[in-house]
Design a protein around this ligand. Structure first.
Ligand code: ZN
Length: 198
């Protein structure tokens, strides 16, 4: 039985497809949206479209940016010989907030997960390996301490070790399964300083 209009159902379906949004929340959001003034909805829809059209991957580190190079890669004072590998742009932002890390990053946009069918070819690993040819001394693997994050760390280590580049892993003071973005700055810095050889 179609309780609402087909339009609303479609909207609910789209919203429910977003990460972390269940059917109940999607319904609440849908009814909120259709009750907003039309201009607000237009602004909202426009923001989504414009972000999608203008945001792209940084040519070097693959983080999301609207320039060819992100602000970190474009900064001549950053140490390009140290590359910290993170799972997503939010993790990068978490480390940037500490203001203490002087190297650059590489954003994988995911982690290897055999269970979810995400293999090495589905994340930005090729791009990482390509960067190693340009005077990289150390790769710091800062993937999450979840099973996927650890699997990815081991994979990266095996891939890079033969090239002679130093590979380290941030200390696991970070709670298991914890997303880097939720961890406070002091803990992040401690994890970075306590990193060990992989
Ligand atoms: Zn970049």
């Amino acid at each position: 039985m179609d309780l609402y209009s087909g339009y609303i159902n479609r909207l609910i379906e789209e919203l429910a497809g977003l990460p972390g949004i269940g059917t109940k929340s999607a319904q609440r959001m849908a009814f909120h949206l259709i009750n907003l003034p039309k201009e607000r909805v237009q602004r909202f829809a426009g923001a989504i479209l414009e972000a999608r059209e203008n945001v792209r991957y940084c040519k070097l580190c693959c983080t999301l940016t609207d320039q060819e190079l992100c602000p970190v890669c474009a900064n001549p004072r950053r140490d390009k010989s140290t590359v910290m590998v993170v799972e997503n742009s939010r993790d990068l932002a978490a480390y940037e907030k500490t203001g203490k890390y002087e190297g650059v990053y590489h954003v994988l946009h995911g982690a290897i997960s055999p269970m979810l069918g995400i293999g090495p070819g589905d994340i930005k690993l090729k791009e990482l390996i390509a960067r190693l040819a340009h005077d990289v001394n150390e790769v710091i693997v800062a993937t999450n301490s979840s099973l996927e994050g650890e699997t990815t760390a081991m994979y990266i280590s095996k891939l890079i070790k033969p090239t002679g580049v130093r590979v380290t892993r941030i200390a696991s003071g970070v709670p298991v399964g914890g997303d880097l973005e939720y961890i406070d700055e002091v803990t992040l810095l401690r994890a970075l300083e306590g990193r060990t050889e992989l």
